[in-house]
Design a protein. Structure first.
Length: 154
């Protein structure tokens, strides 16, 4: 029998310490670059959206590369591209972790709508509230003190 897959993921990650460093002026360039990284790794970026401190991706990924490797490539290469090509006012970094949730094909439209309406969504809810809610809806156990990176302030 041949192998057939439909590995559809809703992926969420934020900027380092959730700082509002993603600017509207270069957001599309960032999203396009992330799509290119996913294509290079035999996947498809179906949509990407977010606000100034985090992003959501809906992507079909290949079973031939480990999920964590794809995310490492996306985050490492996109932050490098932003810092070298866009040269934002402040150094650009992603947080260390991420959230990844499997999506059934029947829910693709609803997830896409959710991702593309992030600005409206975040008028009512913070990223922290949103992310904790996602963990709870997907019944993922977590320790609150380790969910978000904390900036060390002296």
């Amino acid at each position: 029998m041949s192998t057939f897959t439909n590995l559809l993921f809703h992926i969420v990650y934020s900027t380092k310490f959730r700082k509002p460093t993603i600017e509207k002026t270069w957001e599309d360039e960032l999203y396009g670059y992330v799509g290119g990284i996913i294509r290079e790794n035999k996947g498809t970026l179906l949509c990407m959206g977010g606000v100034n401190d985090h992003v959501h991706l809906l992507a079909k990924l290949s079973p031939t590369i480990a999920f964590s490797d794809v995310l490492r490539l996306i985050k490492t290469n996109s932050s490098k591209m932003v810092n070298e090509n866009i040269r934002p006012r402040f150094p650009f970094e992603w947080q260390k972790g991420y959230g990844a949730f499997s999506v059934s094909e029947s829910q693709q439209g609803a997830v896409r709508t959710y991702i593309l309406n992030q600005e409206e969504h975040h008028r009512k809810q913070t990223f922290q509230e949103e992310f904790i809610g996602m963990l709870e809806r997907h019944q993922i156990q977590y320790d609150p003190k380790y969910v978000f990176e904390q900036e060390f302030i002296q």
